[in-house]
Ligand binder design. Sequence first.
Ligand SMILES: [Zn+2]
Ligand SMILES: [Zn+2]
Length: 253
Amino acid sequence: MVKIGQLFSSKSQSCPICGTGNSAKESRPIPLRHPVPRAILASLCKTCGENIPWIAYPACRVCGRAERCGDCARRTKRHYEASRCAVRYDGRMKDWLALYKYRGDEGLENALAAMLAFAYERLSDATGSAFQRITAVPLAPERLQDRGFNQAEKLARRLAEWYGLSYSPVLSRLRHTEKQSLKTRRSRITDMKGNFAAEAEALFSGSESPVRLLIVDDVYTTGSTLDECARVLREAAEGEGGIDIFGLMWARS
Ligand SMILES: [Zn+2]
Ligand SMILES: [Zn+2]
């Protein structure tokens, strides 16, 4: 839990991303309403703060890309409503994400989550009603073992805390061996690519239908991962209740 006061204590006078001393505070517009992520973005140094490639005006209404988008025009069937990304995945953002995956420290995590909050507030505004549930694209179990944490889940949990959403770990990623055995057993949770499984029951306890669910991931490339996740979730939700699925991505490549 981050208190606003802590962000401005003497210990946190350095930029949470690059560690540069941050004494000469200039006022720069912070594009967020929520005070906690606002304060986190304000604690970035001038260089880091000014170089965030925000996607403020998405040209693609579906995936939120800043440029017009062939991928979305070509896709005839989609299992999610829409998706938004906070920033363009440029060289600097690649470095920041790599640094966070490597260090896993709280300062960087807060900064990336505060950036994701930008996309969250805009998606809420664009869709006009509140979200109740949030989840994350799971890492491959082998990858999770190596890194020790799932960055998408960390960011999603931070948003859940700030905006009062309920985090539900409803997606899982199958190991290669599991995929093989599920294929032979023709399990209903296996999809064509067999990467993800979903458990939707928890989404419907204590919430109105349709459930509005956000799926968080760090980087959106083609949208196929998000679409796969949305597809298995819809399948799992059949007979449970209505579900509206939205994507929330930190960066758009
Ligand atoms: Zn900095
Ligand atoms: Zn698009």
